[in-house]
Design a protein around this ligand. Structure first.
Ligand SMILES: [Zn+2]
Length: 434
C-alpha cells in the first residue's frame, strides 16, 4: 500500500487505537504458531472474494477513507462519541474500527498483495478419481481421460497456477508458510493403481504436488464400493505403489478403512474407521497423516466432530473456495469435469456449474417443504417429494438411461452419482460421490 499515494497510513492519529491493534495483530500471528486461527483477521478476511476486494478498493480510495475515518482524528474519548445516535452509531463505530484495524494490518504486511498472500488466500480444491480409458458401465464422472488431465494441468501451468497438497495448505493455515503465487489443491480419491501411469508423470512434469486419499484396508485390492453400487470394480494401489506415488511428491491422506457412508455408522465404528485408517496409513507413509476425505463426500455434524478428533483437515464435496475462515473439517472440493469452461470457473471462482445444476431442484424442494410445513398442506409436501425425486432422475441421467434409472430408483439402486447419493438413507443434502 505504501507505493500508492492514496495509501497514507493512520499514524499518528491512531497511535493507540484499532490501527495499532491491527499492526500488532499481524506481528502476533507471525510470532505465535497456532494463534492465526483465533485472530480477528480471520473474521475480517472471511466472505466472498469480491466482497474483500470491494472493501479493500473502497478503503484505498482517499475520499471514502476520509469520510469513514473522519471521527478518528480526535482523541480516543471523542472518537467513541460519534454524532450518529443509537444502534446505527454503534454499528458505524464498529465498522470504522474494523476498517482502521484492517488497513493497518495491510500496511504492516507491506501492501494488499503481500497481505492477500499471507492472510486472505482463497484456494480451490479439485477432486479426481480414476484417470484412464473410460470403463463401460461405470459411474460417468469416475474417469477422466489422460488427455483431459494433461490439458487441464497444462492449462494451470500456463496461467501460473501450482498444484499443492493438503499439508501445504495446512502449513499456511497454521503458520502462514508461504504458498506458490496461485495455488490449486489437487486431490485423487480411492488411489486407483492406474494413476501411477496416467496421472503421476503429468504432475511430476509440471512440478505439481497433490494429495492421494487411500482406503487403508483395500491396498492392492479393488474398489468394492463401486461394485456395491453396480459399477465395475477397479484395481487399487498396493502399499508399494502408494510409496512410489509418495516418491513423486504425492502426499498420502486417509479415505477411511473401508469406504463406508460414515453417517450410517455407529459411534464406535465411526471412530474405528477414522482412527485406525489414520494409524495404518501413518505407519505406511512414515509420517503423520493429518487429512481425510469423506467417502462419497457424505458427512454430518457428528461425523465432522469425530473427524476433528483425529485429523486437522477433512474434505467434503461441496463447491466453492477455501479460505482462512473455512470450516477445516468441511473443506470445499469440486469434482472435475472434462469441460474446459467449467474447469476454468472452478479454479478461478470456485463455481461449479454442474453442482449448481444439481443444487437448483434441491433448493426449490426445500423452499416448498418449508412452505408446506408453515402452512400445513401435507398433501402438497408429499407431492413435492415425489416431484423432487422425479426431477433428479430426469436431470441427472442421460436420455437413453432415464427409463432404466427410474426403475432402479424404486429398487434402491440408481444410475448416476446424483441419483445414487440422493438415495442414501438420511441424505438430506445432495452429496456427490467421493
Ligand atoms: Zn472414494
Amino acid at each position: 500500500m505504501s507505493a500508492n499515494k492514496n495509501d497514507a497510513n493512520f499514524e499518528p492519529n491512531d497511535a493507540d487505537g484499532p490501527g495499532k491493534a491491527g499492526r500488532q495483530e499481524v506481528r502476533l500471528c507471525r510470532e505465535q504458531r497456532g494463534y492465526r486461527a483465533r485472530s480477528p483477521l480471520s473474521r475480517l478476511t472471511a466472505g466472498p472474494r469480491w466482497w474483500l476486494a470491494l472493501r479493500m478498493s473502497l478503503l484505498r480510495w482517499a475520499l471514502f477513507r476520509r469520510v469513514v475515518l473522519a471521527f478518528s482524528n480526535d482523541s480516543e474519548p471523542a472518537r467513541v462519541q460519534t454524532p450518529i445516535p443509537g444502534g446505527l452509531g454503534r454499528r458505524f463505530r464498529q465498522w470504522r474500527d474494523d476498517a482502521m484495524f484492517f488497513c493497518a494490518a495491510v500496511e504492516e504486511t507491506g501492501g494488499w498483495e503481500p497481505f492477500r498472500r499471507e492472510f486472505a488466500q482463497r484456494i480451490p480444491a479439485l477432486c479426481y478419481h480414476h484417470v484412464g480409458a473410460s470403463v463401460k458401465g461405470s459411474w460417468r464422472l469416475l474417469t477422466i481421460s489422460p488427455q483431459v488431465l494433461q490439458k487441464q494441468m497444462r492449462w494451470l501451468a500456463e496461467r501460473g497456477y501450482t498444484g499443492i497438497s493438503a499439508s501445504q495448505w495446512l502449513a499456511w493455515l497454521e503458520a502462514g508458510a508461504p504458498l506458490p503465487e496461485k495455488p490449486v489443491l489437487l486431490t485423487f480419491d480411492d488411489a486407483y493403481s492406474e494413476l501411477l501411469k496416467t496421472a503421476m508423470p503429468v504432475l511430476r512434469r509440471h512440478g505439481f504436488h497433490a494429495s492421494l486419499f487411500v482406503v487403508s484396508q483395500h491396498l492392492g485390492g479393488v474398489s468394492t464400493w463401486d461394485a456395491a453400487l453396480g459399477y465395475p470394480s477397479l484395481p487399487l494401489m498396493s502399499a508399494a505403489q502408494v510409496l512410489q506415488a509418495q516418491s513423486f511428491g504425492i502426499e498420502v491422506g486417509s479415505h477411511t478403512r473401508s469406504h463406508p457412508d460414515l453417517r450410517k455408522l455407529s459411534t464406535a465404528s465411526l471412530r474405528q474407521e477414522l482412527e485406525l485408517s489414520r494409524d495404518e496409513l501413518s505407519r505406511l507413509a512414515g509420517r503423520p497423516v493429518r487429512t481425510v476425505a469423506y467417502p462419497f463426500g457424505c458427512e454430518s455434524a457428528s461425523v465432522r466432530a469425530c473427524a476433528a478428533e483425529f485429523y486437522d483437515l477433512a474434505f467434503s464435496c461441496k463447491a466453492g473456495l477455501n479460505g482462512w475462515g473455512s470450516d477445516r473439517h468441511q473443506l470445499r472440493r469440486m469434482f472435475v469435469h472434462p469441460s474446459r469452461f467449467n474447469f476454468a470457473l472452478q479454479v478461478k471462482y470456485g463455481v461449479d456449474l454442474h453442482a449448481l445444476w444439481r443444487f437448483i431442484p434441491e433448493r426449490a424442494h426445500r423452499l416448498w417443504r418449508q412452505l408446506a410445513l408453515r402452512f400445513g398442506f401435507r398433501r402438497g409436501h408429499a407431492a413435492a417429494s415425489g416431484a423432487r425425486r422425479a426431477t433428479k432422475v430426469w436431470i441427472m441421467t442421460r436420455p437413453s438411461r432415464r427409463k432404466a434409472a427410474g426403475a432402479l430408483t424404486s429398487s434402491g439402486a440408481a444410475e448416476g452419482d446424483f441419483v445414487r447419493a440422493s438415495l442414501l438413507p438420511g441424505s438430506d443434502e445432495i452429496q456427490p460421490r467421493g
